[in-house]
Design a protein around this ligand. Structure first.
Ligand code: 3EB
Length: 339
């Protein structure tokens, strides 16, 4: 259906939409109260739009409408339980900053500071998931790769806002696009999640300095026992074991390694809960592929691993280390037996 149709589709659905992460070929004026980021990245299975839409169960089952508002550059919508927000900031150097600071670093720090101020102001103290998109992620300026500039700005904001606790880091992804502003979506809430790490990998926030002056501030997954479901937000996952990228220039081997990492994160979440809550069947995947021509190799490997039908969107984007050819993120869910 045309992009503009998605959010007009039904009043009922619109009433329940907290927000969306959309991949589109060209931007459309969405003209709605719904916070949405429009990411210009080619969708690899031929569709011209793919949207990850976050719905509120409580808005569906009650008459209480979702709230919405603006805070600085942020647009957001919220229920009692969740807040979904978006912001897009062009990379322009802040006038007061020293000329040595890269614009992307400053812009990232500013974006995260605004988000943390919103969390404090509206009392949604917990961040579950961040989606980060930026231009030219592997480019170098100010003697530093742009992804590493982003990491400096992000970490500095966490520290400045008193959010240094490593057991409370959100799940995240960080992808590169051809152009466009720094674009971030985020999901917050009132209930504390459980941060999950991957036993096969060094925690990203403990990567050695060889990967940049500040470590990437995210957890491998966050686990949330929400009112309706148990949710597992799995961060962008790649062919990294320990802290090293494996299988440079072998996209099939990278896909296998990435799937082994996803299995390990899911197993770790189940171990934490003490029950087999999550599996590979009840899960949505988003697969970012550096070279569009690798699509069928990657898809076949995922299909073979999972069996049955896969719920996945394949998008062309740049991964945050040059040698990485793909990254897979996922959301797994399990209907709560507490209902
Ligand atoms: C990695 O594991 C691959 O900087 O927010 C994955 C997920 C990656 C999130 C981020 C980076 C991020 O280090 C890259």
């Amino acid at each position: 259906m045309p992009f503009s149709g998605i959010f007009k589709r039904s009043q009922l659905q619109q009433k329940c939409i907290l927000g969306a992460v959309c991949f589109v070929e060209s931007s459309t004026d969405s003209n709605t109260e719904i916070p949405m980021i429009q990411i210009h990245a080619p969708i690899l299975d031929g569709a011209d739009v793919a949207c990850e839409i976050w719905l509120s169960h409580t808005a569906l089952s009650s008459d209480k409408p979702l709230g919405h508002g603006h805070h600085g550059a942020i647009q957001y919508r919220y229920s009692d339980e969740f807040l979904f927000g978006v912001l897009s900031l062009p990379e322009s150097a802040l006038p007061q900053a020293r000329a040595v600071t890269a614009p992307l670093q400053q812009t990232t720090e500013s974006a995260y500071r605004q988000i943390f101020a919103l969390m404090d102001a509206l009392d949604y103290p917990h961040a579950y998931r961040f989606w980060n998109y930026m231009a030219d992620i592997n480019g170098i300026s100010h003697e530093l790769e742009r992804y590493r500039q982003f990491n400096v700005g992000r970490k500095d904001a966490f520290l400045a806002c008193g959010r240094e606790a490593s057991d409370q880091l959100p799940a995240a992804c960080a992808l590169g696009l051809a152009d466009g502003p720094l674009t971030i979506a985020f999901l917050l809430g009132r209930k504390a999640p459980i941060a999950i790490e991957n036993p096969r990998q060094v925690s990203a926030y403990e990567y050695p300095e060889a990967y940049g002056p500040r470590t990437p501030n995210f957890s491998r997954a966050t686990l949330l026992r929400a009112e309706q479901d148990d949710l597992l937000f799995i961060s962008g996952t790649a062919s990294i074991v320990g802290h090293q990228s494996l299988h440079a220039s072998d996209v099939v081997a990278q896909t296998k390694e990435t799937l082994a990492n996803l299995d390990a994160v899911i197993a770790e979440a189940n171990r934490t809960l003490g029950e087999q809550t999550f599996d590979l069947q009840h899960i949505f995947f988003k697969v970012y592929i550096r070279h569009a021509t690798d699509l069928s190799l990657v898809r076949n490997e995922i299909q073979r691993h999972i069996g049955g039908t896969i719920k996945a969107v394949f998008v062309q984007a740049d991964i945050c280390r040059r040698e990485l050819l793909l990254e897979i993120e996922a959301t797994a869910w399990h209907l709560s037996e507490r209902l």
